[in-house]
Ligand binder design. Structure first.
Ligand code: GTP
Ligand code: MG
Length: 300
């Protein structure tokens, strides 16, 4: 199967992604092979508030990278909510202009969590696109909550897309989005206030603490609908690729993913033990605290 992927055939890739999405148990034993077959594609997360123009920007970036001779993979991650199906369909239509291009592979993914949550589903799907030789691999996700921040952490480079009428940049910081931003795109550059929003963001980043202050993410102004600023954004993303592959950054990502894997696996195993029901009941009756309960389940 990995050979078929490496040969660039679309159908085996599409079938594998369906299995990943469904949490098919036959995917689990493939992971070592799939991971080893990685070809070093740049995994780029595109996140930000609803309607900021992520899909339009992804479409423009696809165009830019195709001009640079790259094969582009796109995953649009639906945070497991049936309410967002319409948005995902909208995304597909928005990206239609690339639908006939054999060197572009687009897929929207839901997660039912069986393989260990949305973050795990996403890295496994990204690994499949990587084995198939796509580079970059773009992952679009709505930056609205913790699970989306998790998805952003799967990416080597995370682009946070804001738009001026969203106004409140402080909101984005509260949502933890700026914490994961490697590059910020202030999109809808054709709207009044975009340059001002970019200036405000830069000023705010220069006074922030921690990682953000040491290496403030570049703030790019883009107009996804016209393509203005999109080449410069692609350049900024490519420039970050090197930083993302420094050993310390790679190690941070790896540690995070292994920790997630541990939590997911431990939970899956505990839930299938006989003691699960009675332990949960004991916590519900307040006879046992949740941490001690977890410890007991782990020790079994
Ligand atoms: N004026 C202007 N409108 C834009 C720009 N980029 C996107 N839009 C419009 O903004 C709306 C939302 O764009 P999408 O690309 O669907 O935004 P999104 O962030 O993917 O939205 P969700 O996936 O629903 O969170 C659409 O009507 C786009 O045409 C831009 O640069 N300028
Ligand atoms: Mg979208």
């Amino acid at each position: 199967m990995v050979d078929e992927l490496a040969a660039g055939e679309r159908r085996p890739l599409a079938r594998l992604l369906t299995r990943i999405e469904n949490g098919d148990p036959t995917v689990r034993p493939l992971l070592p092979q799939l991971f080893a077959a990685g070809r070093g594609g740049h995994v780029v997360g595109i996140t930000g508030p609803p309607g900021s123009g992520k899909s339009t920007l992804v479409s423009a970036l696809i165009g830019e990278w195709r001009r640079r001779g790259r094969r582009v993979g796109v995953l649009a991650v639906d945070p497991s909510s049936p309410y967002t199906r319409g948005a995902i369909l909208g995304d597909r239509i928005r990206m239609m202009e690339h639908a006939a291009d054999r060197d572009v592979f687009m897929r929207s993914m839901a997660s039912r969590g069986e393989l260990g949550g949305i973050a795990a589903t996403t890295w496994i799907a990204a690994a499949a696109l990587d084995a198939a030789g796509y580079d970059p691999i773009l992952i679009e996700t709505v930056g609205a909550g913790q699970s989306e921040v998790e998805v952003a952490r799967v990416a080597e480079t995370t682009v946070v897309v804001e738009a001026p009428e969203m106004g409140d940049e402080v909101q984005a910081i509260k949502a933890g989005l700026l914490e994961v931003a490697d590059v910020i795109a202030v999109n809808k550059g054709d709207r009044p206030g975009a340059d001002r929003a970019a200036r405000q963001l830069r000023a705010m980043l220069s006074t922030a603490g921690g990682r953000v202050a040491r290496q403030p993410p570049p703030v790019m102004v883009t107009t996804a609908t016209s393509g203005d600023g999109v080449a410069a954004l692609a350049d900024a993303i490519e420039k970050h690729r090197e930083a993302a592959r420094e050993p310390i950054a790679a190690r941070d990502r790896a540690a995070h993913q292994v920790r997630r894997g541990l939590a997911d696996l431990a939970a899956q195993r505990a839930v299938t033990t006989d003691a699960w029901e009675s332990t949960v009941d004991a916590v519900a009756r307040r006879e046992l605290d949740p941490m001690t309960a977890a410890e007991r389940l782990l020790d079994r």
